[in-house]
Design a binder for this molecule. Structure first.
Ligand code: AMP
Length: 700
């Protein structure tokens, strides 16, 4: 449930600025598309209609609410101002209480039932940005009203037909259940005469307890029987081209060195009996000559040659081996795992229309990345292979419909995938090619439980591909759990290639002056410039977007509080160039490909230096140059040394002030160590929060 938990917690600390009238009406760039009032882009429309008018209820959503008078109430203002930073922040669900069913389906009310739920679980019902409550309503055709709370408990009113109320109540109850490991199901195909009583035993005190050893052994046995009934997975489709086979070890070494210094090895023990790591393919023909339709699809894209990761990954994956690609977006990693996946789907013994479920699963951390993968998948037509993208915030019912019709590839974010598996809409028994894309990021976002839960029942002989920009312990653990003798392909340990094409500027400012410095930067932008402004918190992003709007400067925002459609609209406006300022949180730091982005501004320095590399790498792409500007204040001094390393590595100027900052930070740490300041916890010298990211507590 990290999905909503994170949002919930972040919302608790939102500080909302009071709305201010516009200070001037300068529009940064004329709107080339003319009036967009009908286009439904909430940020801009809100802004236009509220400009110079402090009456919050006059926004476009109110206009549409006129069609829906039954549900219009004063809460409309919340929705309209959600992205502008005007939302009342009494509590996260307040907005949902107020707004009732605005923007949700107009369902006849019928009967009414009030249930009581623990207040701390209400977030599960609401979901990120209201996505869950919308799904529940859609699926059940009942309405849900979040009512009053007495602290511990909150009233929830369910309205609709009796059957709808019963359905939604069931759905809510299952949402509120805390996750417990599933009791193994008895396979109906096997003669299993056990009853649940067989898995209890009396302990020393004579109390009946679960006999875990027996239960686990039974489960293993049942799974074994279940998997034995499945058709074998065909994995090896590779016929090495004679020219590739003839490459000498010296040639291979030289090729790897001159292609992003690719390094390839068995991640874990190189056991005897394992095949040697295959040589890279240098042309598309060498990889796919036996699959002319695939070659034709590549030809249509107009690519000249395989990217380094593709050259090395295709022989490994076509041979059916598990692979870990340490590579970032922009390296061609999607195609590296996608083309072998297409061949894998077509190459299985059971015809596609007779399989019990999809064959390929691609898990991605964010909706944006999932949609980007889907877009890439849709470019390659092969044997009428069908895919679906399952992500929270998207139309759940529609996604279920597509799955039910039959698909071969599922691209999913972990939360929604888990949801559809648990509710029985997705059969995972046939997944035989699994991709965990940007695994490090999925773990950072707290998705490990969902990943583990989703993959729990997937057959063990599957082929697994994992991509990750970094190689932390968590990713290693995931690899150990799900992969068999994986081959690891590193495209540079931290791919700084993009950062080399970016001029990285540092500006030292007081925390309080950062915002003004940002507006000064924006005032000096050229009209052809395109910038992403990165903020540390969603609330800051919202605030900056609002301030820009107040100043008559058009900007879009991208962060986890925005509806999916708004996020997609924001991104496509940036890509198309109808807006040239995007204010974002780290949702946009990886994976987002805006080719002509000229500037990246780090209003808040990121919490981890890896994130700095990702952010800066949003510009200077596809052979272009770019500029990054990072505002550094005293509280960032803990990052100074790491930043110096990155700047030096990319032959950038290192400001003296940054050097001094790093030295002061190190001197402070030394002093603390000498003073025995190891205890940074509560009561220790560091006091509350005396950790790595709280450098602002120390003056220098
Ligand atoms: P990815 O790293 O998968 O996000 O890919 C980044 C971009 O590179 C996508 O727009 C791909 O279409 C493109 N791409 C993938 N493979 C190649 C290639 N071999 N040559 C040129 N561009 C490619």
């Amino acid at each position: 449930m990290a999905d909503w938990d994170d949002e919930w917690q972040e919302d608790q600390v939102v500080v909302t600025p009071a709305p201010r009238p516009p200070q001037n009406t300068r529009v940064y760039r004329p709107n080339p598309g003319g009036s967009r009032d009908n286009r439904g882009y909430s940020d801009r429309s809100n802004w236009r209609e509220t400009r110079g008018n402090d009456n919050r209820s006059t926004n476009w959503r109110d206009q549409s609410d006129r069609n829906n008078p039954g549900f219009r109430n004063q809460g409309s203002r919340d929705q309209g101002f959600r992205d502008q930073g005007f939302r009342d922040q009494g509590s996260r669900d307040q907005g949902f209480r107020d707004q009732g069913f605005r923007n949700r389906r107009n369902i006849p009310e019928g009967n009414k039932k009030t249930i009581t739920v623990p207040s701390h679980k209400v977030g599960r019902i609401i979901g990120k940005g209201g996505s869950k409550i919308r799904d529940l309503e859609y699926e059940s055709e009942a309405k849900i009203q979040i009512g009053d709370s007495n602290g511990a408990l909150t009233n929830i009113t369910l309205l609709g037909e009796d059957a709808s109320i019963a359905k939604v109540e069931d759905m809510i109850n299952s949402l509120l259940e805390d996750y417990k490991p599933a009791v193994p199901k008895v396979n109906s195909c096997t003669a299993d005469n056990n009853t649940s009583d067989d898995f209890f035993k009396s302990n020393e005190a004579g109390v009946e307890v679960i006999d875990w050893d027996k239960l686990n052994a039974h489960y293993e046995e049942q799974q074994k029987i279940r998997y034995e009934q499945l058709p074998p997975i065909i994995k090896d489709f590779y016929k090495e081209d004679p020219q590739v086979a003839a490459m000498s070890p010296k040639e291979v070494k030289h090729w790897r060195l001159t292609n992003n210094d690719i390094q390839v090895k068995r991640t874990f023990d190189d056991k005897p009996g394992l095949k040697p790591i295959p040589n890279p393919v240098v042309t598309f023909d060498q990889a796919f000559q036996h699959f002319p339709e695939i070659l034709e699809e590549i030809r249509k894209q107009g690519f000249e040659r395989p990217s380094p990761i593709q050259s090395q990954a295709w022989p490994i994956l076509l041979r059916g081996e598990d692979m870990i690609g340490i590579a970032q977006t922009g390296t061609g990693k999607t195609l590296a795992f996608l083309l072998p996946a297409l061949i894998h789907i077509d190459g299985q013994t059971v015809p596609r229309d007779q399989r019990d479920g999809p064959t390929v699963l691609i898990l991605a951390p964010t909706r944006e990345l999932a949609l980007q993968i889907e877009k890439e998948v849709s470019k390659y037509k092969y044997k009428n292979i069908k895919s679906v993208c399952l992500y929270g915030g998207g139309d759940r019912k529609e996604q279920i419909k597509v799955v039910a019709k039959g698909v071969d590839i599922v691209i999913a974010t972990p939360g929604r995938l888990n949801d559809l598996i648990v509710t029985g809409h997705l059969n995972i028994i046939n997944f035989s090619y699994i991709v965990l894309d940007e695994a490090d990021r999925m773990l950072d976002m707290g998705f490990e439980p969902q990943i583990r839960k989703s993959l729990f029942d997937v057959r063990p002989d599957k082929q697994v591909v994992m991509t990750s920009a970094t190689w932390p312990n968590g990713v290693r653990r995931l690899a150990e759990s799900y992969m068999k003798d994986p081959i690891q392909v590193n495209v540079g340990s931290l791919d700084l290639a993009a950062v080399h094409t970016v001029t990285q500027q540092i500006s030292f400012v007081d925390e309080d002056d950062k915002e003004e410095a940002l507006y000064e930067f924006i005032r000096n932008m050229e009209s052809s410039d395109k910038v992403i402004i990165f903020c540390g918190k969603k609330a800051t992003a919202t605030h900056i977007t609002t301030e820009l709007a107040m100043r008559g400067i058009e900007a879009q925002s991208l962060h986890g509080d925005r509806d999916q459609s708004d996020r997609e609209a924001a991104l496509s406006e940036m890509v198309e160039g109808t807006v040239n300022i995007l204010v974002a949180t780290d949702v946009a730091s990886r994976g987002i490909d805006i080719k002509d982005l000229t500037h990246v501004v780090n209003l808040d320095f990121p919490r981890h230096i890896e994130e700095y590399v990702h952010r800066v790498g949003r510009t200077g792409r596809a052979g272009r140059t770019g500029v990054s500007l990072s505002f550094i204040s005293r509280k960032d001094w803990g990052h100074a040394r790491e930043l110096i390393k990155i700047l030096e590595e990319a032959n950038q100027e290192v400001p003296d002030e940054l050097q001094q900052m790093a030295e002061r930070f190190e001197a402070m740490k030394l002093r603390r160590d000498k003073e025995g300041g190891g205890n940074r916890g509560r009561g220790g010298r560091g006091g509350r929060g005396g950790g790595r990211d709280r450098g602002d507590r120390f003056m220098f």
